[in-house]
Design a protein around this ligand. Structure first.
Ligand code: PMP
Length: 427
């Protein structure tokens, strides 16, 4: 038995499914998950000492590569001064200022400990601010596991066929109205009927939890329009897309300004962090200036702030996104060519350093229905083939892939050679 198999056997006795977050369990693709021993640059090393070129990047945060020396140094330096104070610090002010500089729609921001907390808090704030209960989300959109958001959800919920979780009271779920992503007519029709009952729309501006599906032209604009007309708030969940698809996130990339933005992943540089922010008028409704309650013992944790702030510094350097763009484009184009050369029907989406591969005859995937109609069985064989060749992709056909600044041209070449080998076995 491999070390990973031994650890997984032990883990399943004491941790539900052997994992602390469901998608890690390889349930969708089958087999034993890799137990990781350490990581460096673009590589993961498993408990058996095998090396993998990694396109998961801890599900997004590791945009500057694993164990980035500058980030590790910042964390060590911060740790030497104490792990948590439960009192305000200068570095939190620096973090808030940095976020506002990079994403100007965020006039005020509050730090939390995860993306889930960020979206949960943003929704409470939107409800409190508008005095309305209903929220709108899109099928296949994943916004963490808050009760109101586990309705027709993506990511692991979709992978395991549980997009509506037991345990969410029907009385609450009824306030979550779910529409089709990339269907502006449907959004307009709903708002015409009941726009004045809706507190907010929450959307992944580039959907990343039903694989990677960018917005069609005019979709995000239509959301802005109906919110302006109805008084609902537009929340961009940029937990994944923030600092990923462009430095200023999807809102900069597409030029649509939300009222509130939720952040996570990259903002913590690999430490557990989330944030939500936006218009000052709305954010001032939060306690202690306003009546909407939200709090956190470890929020704004100095170690997490140090890792996140250093990451924001790294991504702000000249050429950072241009370089990522070129690399990701080469990867995706190379994948499409390798698939075509082997007679495998495949389509791809890419926005900045975020990409999705689809085993489908469709030329362009823009809807949830198209994503779920893809050949999942072929994806699973592709996933395991790539893993055997030393390339780690997300263990689900419904997750996006990520390239980091640590991926070298050689890493991309090696990935494409591996893909050629695997495609040859897939027909
Ligand atoms: N929103 C989006 C768009 C996400 O992708 C995720 C996590 N993948 C979350 C929210 C939840 O973040 P967390 O897992 O940190 O709670």
């Amino acid at each position: 038995m491999s070390q990973s198999e031994q650890l997984f056997t032990r883990a399943q006795k004491v941790i539900p499914g052997g994992v602390n977050s469901p998608v890690r369990a390889f349930k969708g693709v089958g087999g034993t998950p890799l137990f990781i021993e350490h990581a460096e640059a673009a590589y993961l090393f498993d408990a058996d000492g095998k090396r993998y070129i990694d396109y998961v990047g801890s599900w997004g945060p590791m945009i500057a590569g694993h164990a980035n020396a500058e980030i590790i140094e910042a964390v060590k330096e911060a740790a030497g001064r104490g792990l948590s104070y439960g009192a305000p610090t200068g570095i939190e002010v620096e973090m808030a200022e940095a976020i506002r500089r990079i994403m100007p729609s965020i006039e005020m921001v509050r730090m939390v400990n995860s993306g889930t907390e960020a979206t949960m808090s943003a929704i409470r704030l939107a409800r409190g601010f508008t005095g309305r209960d209903n929220i709108v989300k899109f099928e296949g959109g994943y916004h963490g596991h808050g009760d109101s958001l586990l309705v027709k959800a993506g990511s692991g919920a979709l992978t395991f066929g549980e997009p509506n979780s037991p345990g969410v009271p029907a009385d609450l779920a009824k306030h979550t109205l779910t529409l089709d992503y990339n269907n502006p007519d449907q959004v307009r029709a709903l708002f015409k009927e009941q726009g004045d009952s809706i507190a907010c729309i929450i959307v992944e501006p580039v959907s990343g939890n039903m694989n990677c599906v960018p917005p069609i032209s005019g979709f995000l604009e239509s959301l802005r329009e109906v919110c302006d007309e109805s008084g609902a708030l537009l929340i961009f969940d940029e937990v994944m897309t923030g600092f990923r698809v462009a430095q200023g996130g999807a809102q900069a990339y597409y030029g649509v300004k939300p009222d509130l933005t939720t952040l996570g992943k990259i903002i913590g540089g690999g430490m557990p962090v989330g944030a939500f922010g936006g218009r000052a008028e709305v954010m001032k409704q939060l306690a202690p200036t306003g009546p909407v309650y939200q709090a956190g013992t470890l929020s704004g944790n100095p170690i997490a702030m140090a890792a996140g702030l250093k990451t924001l510094e790294i991504i702000s350097r000249n050429g950072f996104y241009e370089d990522l763009d070129v690399k990701t484009e080469r990867m995706v184009k190379g994948m499409l060519k390798a698939a075509e050369d082997n007679g495998i029907a495949m389509s791809a989406n890419r926005v900045g350093a975020m990409f999705g591969l689809f085993f489908t005859n469709e030329e362009q995937v823009t809807t949830y229905q198209q994503v779920t109609a893809c050949d999942i069985e072929r994806f699973n064989r592709f996933f395991h083939g790539m893993l055997a060749q030393g390339v780690n992709l997300a263990p689900s056909a419904y997750e996006a892939g990520f390239v980091s600044s640590a991926h070298t041209d050689q890493n991309i070449e090696d990935t494409l050679s591996a893909a050629e080998n695997v495609f040859a076995t897939l027909s």
